[in-house]
Design a protein. Sequence first.
Length: 256
Amino acid sequence: MLNVVDFYTGNWAQAITNAMAEGKPVYFPDGTYSVNSTITLNSHAHFFGPGHITLNAPLTGSPGMLFKATDAFNITLDGLKLSFTSTVLPVFEALLQFNGCSKLNISNVNILNARKWALQFIGCTESAICNSTAFNSDGSAIVLDNCNKLVLTGNEIGDNNSFGIYVINGTTRCSFVGNRTEANGLELIGITYGCDKNLVMGNHAQGTGDNGISITSRFCRVIGNHCEGNLHSGIGIYGENNLVANNVLLSNVSRH
C-alpha cells in the first residue's frame, strides 16, 4: 500500500499519477486534494480512503472531467469523495468517464457537483457501482451507454437536474437493485428504447420531477420497487413484454 501524500511535490494531479504508476493500492488520508487537470486511470488502478479529490478548473473551457479511463480493467475506487469545486465554467462533460472498460469496482464513493454527469460508462461490461452517492449534477447522475452486465446497487442519488440513472443505446443485462432517491429532477431510473433484458428491483423513487421509474424497452423485470410522491407516474411502462410485479405505488400525481 502507498500513501499519496508521499508523492506530493507541489502538484496533486502529478502526485496521484506517479503513485498509480507504482502499481499498488494508493491510500488517500482524510483531507482535500485539489487538481486542475484530468487524470487518466490505468488498468489495476486502486484508490481508497476518506480523502476528497476535487477538480478545480483554472479557466473557462478547462476540462470538467476529473478521472477518465479507456479500454482499462480492474479499476477500484473505494471510499473517496469526488467533486467539482471551481467557480469557472469548464467543458460540459462527465466528472468520471469510463470508455470500453471492464471489471470496475466503485464503492462507497461520494460524488458532488458534476458539471454534466457524475459517472459515464460507455461500452463497459462486468462492473459494479455500489453503496455510493451522486448529488447535484448539472445533468444525470449516472449514464450507462451501450453497456452490458453492470450492477448498480445500494446507491443514493438526489438533486440532479436530469435522470438519476440514465440507460441508453442498447445497454442490456444490467441490474439496478436497491437504489434510492428522495428528490431528483427526472426519474430515478430511465431505461430507453433498445435497452432490453435489464432488472429493476427493490428501488425507492420518491419526489422526482417526472415518473419514479420509466421503462421504454422490452423484456425487463420491474419487481418490488417503491415509488411515492413523484410528479407524474410511479412507474411508466412504455415498452412491450416487460414483467412488472409487486411494486408499491403511493401518492404519485398520476396515481399509478
